[in-house]
Design a protein around this ligand. Structure first.
Ligand SMILES: *Cc1c(COP(=O)(O)O)cnc(C)c1O
Length: 355
């Protein structure tokens, strides 16, 4: 593996007010890039000042959408920082890469690139409650030809963005509309891959929901439009009659690392967790009868996000009286406790780096 060349920024940017970060609006002083071709493998690994990436107008990504990404976070600790389960993200990135015929990333390149870049931009890790450094690794097919083929050239990039709470309102219940027209993914497609194309297909439904003051869309399966899949950028969980139910990973659902971590924590708490198909009809009945006690989304950006309203075909189902459910709050506290280092990391989930 070649060394990472480092070109430091001559002037550093002014840092934003860490109490008003929002999500993904500010970027740090540096970024990591690497190039891939079949002859040399990964090469030209470098950290440079944050800036534009030159791209050929025929580049594969611009025409055929060959792009995958990851989302993870670094949290400031007393003597450095820690990342949450970064090797899970690598495994998923490489699964996504396999689906889109992009090259895999070796483990040493992944962790060296992440730590060298974050070490350099360490001062950008915000330290206020609820804030963290969001890490966005991404890769795109970069052949300079219009032919439609599996790509031979790719570019891998990591950018960093200090973030506050995902939702400006904080940990308040969100309104979710169950989408019955557009679909996000189908089995055999790219639903399980974290790829830009899935998002491109989801934007129209998201826009329509937003126009009605609804923050996100809950997708149904693409074939029968009957089974619950996931929310925009989150997996979804329901507490029904004391049991936790979450859609199984059928191939069209993104395998969330927050989802996986929540399942482990819930099982340790003694909850029965069922990963199974759940129909929108079953969910509606559970909401009407009061059996649906809590509902929440899980994802790196928002961590655990309570759901207060579910809209479907003109009906408005209120969940937990539009308040944060007790278990939702417990999960949020436990997971963020581990991530920010306030609680012991019994599972060895955190990758600690000393500065
Ligand atoms: C990233 C993502 C999630 C959440 O995954 P985490 O690993 O928990 O961040 C859920 N759904 C979609 C579509 C995603 O892109």
């Amino acid at each position: 593996m070649s060394e990472i060349k480092v070109e430091k920024a001559k002037t550093l940017k002014e840092k934003p007010d860490f109490s008003k970060l929002g999500f993904g609006k500010y970027f740090t002083d540096h970024m990591f890039t690497a190039q891939f071709n079949e002859k040399d493998g990964w090469h030209d690994l470098k950290i440079t000042p944050f800036g534009y990436i030159p791209i050929h107008p025929a580049s594969t990504v611009l025409h055929y959408g060959a792009e995958i990404f990851e989302g993870m976070k670094a949290y400031k600790t007393v003597d450095g920082y820690q990342m949450f389960r970064p090797f899970e993200n690598l495994a998923r990135m490489n699964n996504s890469a396999e689906r889109l015929c992009l090259p895999a990333i070796p483990e040493d390149m992944w962790i060296n690139a992440l730590t060298e870049l974050i070490n350099l931009d360490y001062d950008w890790i915000p330290d206020l409650t609820g804030t963290s450094l969001y890490i966005r690794p991404f890769m795109f097919g970069n052949d300079e030809t219009l032919g439609v083929h599996a790509v031979h050239n790719a570019t891998f990039v990591i950018i960093l963005s200090p973030v506050g709470n995902y939702y400006a309102e904080g940990l308040n219940p969100v309104k979710i509309s169950i989408e019955n027209h557009d679909v996000r993914a189908v089995r055999g497609g790219t639903g399980y891959a974290k790829c830009g194309g899935n998002y491109a297909a989801s934007l129209r439904a998201g826009k329509r929901a937003e126009e009605k003051g609804i923050s996100q869309v809950l997708w149904l399966d693409g074939v029968e439009r009957k089974y619950i899949e996931e929310v925009g950028s989150m997996n979804v969980m329901f507490k029904i009659n004391g049991e936790i139910v979450t859609p199984e990973l059928t191939g069209s659902v993104l395998p969330g690392i927050t989802r996986k971590s929540c399942i482990e924590l819930l099982k340790e708490k003694g909850y029965k967790v069922s990963e199974r198909l759940i129909s929108v009809e079953e969910l509606g009945k559970a909401a009407e009868s009061g059996a649906l006690e809590e509902a929440w989304g899980t994802g790196t950006a928002a961590v655990v996000s309570p759901i207060g309203h579910l809209y479907y075909e003109g009906k408005d189902y209120v969940v937990s009286g539009n308040k944060i459910g007790k278990l939702t709050q417990e999960l949020y506290d436990e997971l963020t406790g581990i991530q920010w280092g306030r609680l012991p990391d019994k599972h060895g989930w955190c990758y600690k780096v000393k500065i």
